[in-house]
Write a protein that binds this ligand. Structure first.
Ligand code: CP3
Length: 356
């Protein structure tokens, strides 16, 4: 060994821990935020939600949406805020009728095939979603200095499935039928959504989002060749286009239940992190993907509902497995509405090594 007397120059990344991890640093304790961290498990959310009337009205009211975005940060001190919005604001912005029915979920006026594509209005999108970008500006002004702001969009396949099925689906029968009947026609819808998603993500970056997450919640519903064509390829195009315009913005992909294709998502040039679903074995993911990108995840949201020794053991295991690699603590999917607030508080303390 030589020298050793010179001070090691400290690598001065951005101050926000979440952005340091997304830049490839391992940070201890790992930053934590939770998917769907704003929502019905919080009494203060339910109060604002009642005040707003409809869910979509809440998403499109910058003052209320900013308030709801900030609620979980104030309550738990998360390392990131995620914009309060929904993946289905994009179909809304394209002119499709979208409503959220209490206890039922989203309802859309379904698109049946190629001929319906001409009814969509891509040029209206950014104007119609202008309140969303104003929300980002409001949130940035209120956030603590060390807290990052994450924007997001749904990935083309997941959003297309809602647009075609008219809501949540168990089988995706209509989407699969369209894909099989007319792959070229289905490609046109996916291409249109790639454009819309790039525009929506870039507008969020422009407004002040520092990281962007692409949610492909239903990637696991497709078999491998379809998952490549309708999930992997569109994600790669979106990442390339957003990074070309916003080189500094960090990109997180969440190809939920992508299974064996996770490594291919992690190899997409420009991807900064992949979010692991709860089916993924963390040690395996670290071996296969760690070093290439930061990893995010993947505590089972059911364990957060359950709490107690099972949750504590799983958290300890996950922290141990990911120690020394760039890692963001999160769930494997969104927080469930029945989650006790006390369990969330305990989780944050456990991750930060501050548990009683
Ligand atoms: O993470 C956050 O706190 C930010 C807000 C956010 C919401 N939806 C708010 C929401 C985010 C990131 C989403 C993403 C989203 N929306 C996804 C991808 C992530 C995932 O969970 O898989 C999907 C598939 C949707 C579509 C969607 N929105 C569904 C299926 C539903 C109904 C089911 C449900 O949970 O109610 C929604 C409504 C929705 N989006 C709510 C919230 C807080 C509940 C609506 C209400 O308050 O009445």
């Amino acid at each position: 060994m030589t020298g050793g007397l010179e001070a090691v120059p400290e690598r001065r990344g951005p101050a926000k821990p979440l952005l340091r991890v997304l830049g490839g640093e391992s940070v201890a304790p790992p930053p934590i935020w939770l998917m769907r961290q704003a929502g019905r498990y919080l009494a203060e959310y339910r109060a604002i939600r009642a005040q707003a009337g409809s869910f979509l009205a809440l998403c499109l009211d910058p003052t209320l949406a900013a308030e709801v975005t900030l609620q979980p940060v104030r309550r738990f001190g998360f390392d990131a805020a995620i914009l309060f919005s929904d993946i289905l604001v994009v179909p809304y912005g394209l002119g499709q009728a979208v409503a959220f029915e209490e206890g039922v979920g989203p309802k859309l006026e379904p698109i049946a095939g190629e001929t319906d594509l001409s009814r969509l209005q891509p040029r209206e999108l950014i104007g119609r979603l202008e309140p969303v970008y104003r929300t980002i500006g409001l949130v940035r002004r209120e956030l603590p200095a060390a807290t990052a702001l994450i924007g997001f969009a749904g990935a083309p396949w997941t959003v297309a499935s809602y647009m075609i099925e008219g809501g949540s689906s168990e089988t995706y029968a209509k989407s699969r039928a369209w894909m099989a009947r007319s792959p070229d026609g289905f490609q046109r819808l996916i291409d249109l959504l790639v454009e819309a998603t790039v525009a929506h993500l870039c507008a969020q970056a422009e407004a002040g989002a520092e990281a962007l997450q692409l949610f492909d919640s239903w990637a696991g519903a497709l078999d491998e060749p379809d998952r490549r064509r309708w999930c992997l390829e569109p994600a790669a195009r979106i990442v390339a286009r957003v990074k070309r315009r916003f080189a500094q913005v960090r990109l997180i992909l969440f190809p939920r239940r992508a299974g064996k294709l996770y490594p291919e998502f992690a190899r997409i040039p420009g991807v900064d992190a992949v979010s692991l679903d709860s089916d993924v074995d963390p040690a395996r993911a670290r071996a296969d993907l760690g070093g290439r990108v930061a990893l995010q995840g993947n505590l089972n949201p059911r364990l957060l509902v359950e709490g107690g020794p099972a949750m504590r053991a799983a958290v300890a295991r996950l922290l141990e497995t990911m120690a020394g690699t760039p890692f963001l603590f999160n769930l494997g999917h969104g927080i469930l509405p029945e989650t006790p607030v006390e369990h969330v508080r305990e989780l944050v303390a456990l991750v930060r090594g501050q548990a009683a």
